[in-house]
Design a protein around this ligand. Structure first.
Ligand SMILES: NC(=O)c1ccc[n+]([C@@H]2O[C@H](COP(=O)([O-])OP(=O)(O)OC[C@H]3O[C@@H](n4cnc5c(N)ncnc54)[C@H](OP(=O)(O)O)[C@@H]3O)[C@@H](O)[C@H]2O)c1
Length: 280
């Protein structure tokens, strides 16, 4: 990862990235930390992402990990409590180095950037094979989870803050293999993006979506395992992508870092494809 002299400066910001133990979320967390943000990592599996935490701490940023299943409302609410605790600790550290008036200006624990990245992708399947359980789980994690998280976190997001939803080009593509559940859950997140952009504008909180195309992560290869090996899938998706390759997680993270920055202050309610032209 390189940081150009003109890279957005996120020093002093606090970011929560859901699903940041692997893949695109991990790349986003590390890039935002590289730009100066302190980070709350979220994961749902049994092992905490200590490798990601260590990478962030090596960059000189504070980092904590919170286990919470984005499909479980009670765990999301508990995560918000953990985020508030961490934010209060960070504010305490900052106030030790600031004047009394600056410390008073931050009475509540505050967060600056929320990236709703965690999601699952049930294998694409034709309409006759869809299972209600897959629909419920995907909608719970991919759409209801971000809604509950935003509802609980909203009072603690700083004015001028950022919400970035990681959608998918699947909300726009017609996939002949069948993609009602995953594409549908991402289409709902696209709508939330516009709805929240309008609702939160009075506090200068921008809300945007980044829609990755085929990106080299566990999700891409697991969700499409029935259609080929990793090498075969890379070749298939490269052929479908106008720029001729599968995306790298950092290709997506770069767009999130820009949307998080001061330079993007006038951009809200947008769905930005980071897909090498796939789905355009
Ligand atoms: N890869 C692609 O081609 C592609 C294309 C379009 C859009 N996207 C979107 O990009 C985002 C990241 O995907 P990815 O490809 O990086 O996926 P990934 O490699 O499968 O990683 C998923 C991340 O989400 C976490 N996660 C999964 N279920 C969760 C839950 N119930 N609660 C909390 N965290 C959970 C995982 O944590 P654990 O390690 O704890 O399981 C992991 O950190 C998703 O929104 C996805 O829909 C990806």
């Amino acid at each position: 990862m390189t940081t150009s002299p003109n890279a957005p400066d996120l020093t002093g910001k606090l970011a929560l990235v859901t699903g940041s133990s692997r893949g695109i979320g991990k790349a986003i967390a590390i890039l935002l930390a590289g730009r100066g943000a302190d980070i709350v990592l979220n994961y749902s599996s049994d092992s905490p992402p200590t490798d990601v935490q260590e990478a962030i701490e090596k960059l000189g940023r504070a980092c904590t990990t919170v286990k919470a299943d984005m499909g479980k409302p009670d765990q999301i609410i508990q995560m918000v409590e953990e985020v508030k605790k961490f934010a209060a600790e960070m504010a305490g550290v900052a106030s030790k180095h600031s004047t009394g008036s600056e410390a008073q200006a931050r009475p509540e624990p505050r967060i600056d950037i929320l990236v709703n990245n965690a999601a699952i992708a049930p294998p694409s399947s034709p309409i006759t094979k869809l299972r209600v359980a897959d629909y419920d789980r995907a909608m719970d994690i991919n759409a209801r989870g971000p809604l509950i998280l935003v509802q609980a976190l909203y009072p603690y997001i700083n004015d001028g803050g950022r919400i970035i939803n990681i959608g998918s080009v699947s909300s726009r593509l017609q996939n002949p293999r069948g993609d009602s559940i995953y594409g549908g859950s991402k289409a709902l997140l696209d709508f939330f993006t516009r709805a929240w952009a309008a609702e939160f504008a009075s506090r200068n909180i921008t809300v945007n979506a980044v829609l990755p195309g085929a990106t080299s992560t566990d999700m891409l290869y697991e969700a499409n395992a029935q259609h080929g090996t990793k090498e075969e899938l890379n070749a298939m998706f490269a052929k479908q992508t106008p720029m001729g390759r599968v995306g790298d997680p950092d290709d997506v993270a770069q767009v999130v870092a820009w949307l998080s920055s001061e330079s993007a202050r006038w951009v809200t309610g947008q769905h930005i494809m980071a897909s090498g032209g796939l789905g355009v």
